[in-house]
Design a protein around this ligand. Structure first.
Ligand code: BMA
Length: 322
């Protein structure tokens, strides 16, 4: 039995839920890989929406119950991004992190030099200020920690060092990077690598890590690449030391969600579940997620639609130890 239990309403968002946004998003092809957060009692998703030119935009969706979403009728305008001189082909796979009172969005930017990480800030999820490109080299799956650790901002990221046959560059090592100002980053050390021959040969972080009494709870995606017809994208879980997240305390042997339903098995890219957003309902007075707290994980299904799956903090921690 998978640790993550799918919503009965899955896929909770599909292409027909995206209103026509003239002129660039009309009759869209797909909507997937959303970042997620709870903001002012509303569940907010930042969706990756793709048009029939296979161009990608970020579009907000909002819900009061976390399951039934209304997709905005405009795409997110990252103010200041127009100052970048180089061509930006796609922006995608947003991760949302609240640090103090500020909300940050980190996302992938496909450019001629490879994939970069972009960072934006918002106070209200209406206006987004682009802060800059915050990486060098080919890298993806950047996700900020929700607080400074030992005086530094921290993130997990995943350099793209593996070339998939006939596909994009990927990677098999998640790294910890640190920064004083969120703009300039230095790699601290590698955190964990793919497990050759098993479910997570290539890996990359998913949603923002969650602080628990036992450590940072981290959901990541793993790709099994040893099947002839298709790579299989799954979700898994690991737990990291609170003071030094490069220390892996436990890491699940099994995936916690794998493509099983028809909307995960088939679509633009078959056999994909790709988590980017997680909402934890309950924290204690000191800011640790409560073990019994409900957890909602939002994921892209087959690069085509959005799925939602449920768990609890204690179940996820247990899965990291199995
Ligand atoms: C990864 C990223 C994701 C995508 C996944 C499956 O490399 O590009 O955005 O969902 O592949 O195609």
């Amino acid at each position: 039995m998978c640790v993550l239990k799918r919503s009965k309403k899955n896929p909770i968002i599909s292409r027909s839920d995206v209103p026509d946004i003239f002129p660039h998003l009309v009759d869209v092809s797909s909507v997937f890989n959303p970042g997620a957060i709870k903001f002012n009692d509303k569940y907010i998703l930042l969706l990756r929406v793709q048009n029939r030119g296979r161009e990608t935009f970020i579009v907000k969706a909002e819900s009061s119950n976390g399951e039934d979403f209304t997709v905005a009728n405009c795409s997110v305008d990252f103010k200041g991004m127009e100052k970048i001189k180089e061509k930006i082909y796609h922006i995608y796979d947003a991760r949302i992190t609240k640090i103090g009172k500020d909300h940050f969005v980190m996302f992938a930017m496909d450019m001629d030099a490879g994939c970069q990480l972009g960072l934006a800030k918002t106070d209200n999820f209406e206006d987004f200020e682009f802060l800059g490109i915050v990486s060098s080299g080919d890298i993806r799956n950047g996700v900020l920690f929700p607080e400074k650790i030992n005086g530094k901002y921290m993130r997990f990221d995943r350099p793209n060092k593996v070339q998939l046959e006939g596909g994009p560059s990927s990677g098999n090592t998640i790294c910890l990077s640190a920064s004083d100002d969120l703009l300039h980053w230095e790699m601290v050390k590698p955190v964990m690598s793919g497990r050759f021959h098993y479910w997570d040969e290539n890996i990359g972080s998913g949603p923002t890590p969650v602080k628990t009494r036992e450590g940072w709870l981290h959901i990541y995606h793993g790709v099994a690449t040893h099947f002839s017809s298709s790579n299989i994208y799954q979700a898994g879980v690991s737990l990291h030391d609170l003071n030094d997240p490069s220390i892996v305390l436990s890491r699940g042997r099994y995936n916690i969600l794998e493509p099983r339903e028809i909307y995960e098995l088939t679509g633009q890219v078959q056999n994909v579940v790709f988590p980017c957003g997680m909402v934890v309902e309950e924290y204690d007075e000191e800011g640790f997620a409560r073990p019994e707290s409900k957890v909602r994980v939002y994921y892209g299904a087959a690069d085509t639609s959005v799925g939602l799956a449920y768990s609890t903090i204690e179940e996820l921690i247990k899965a990291s130890k199995q």
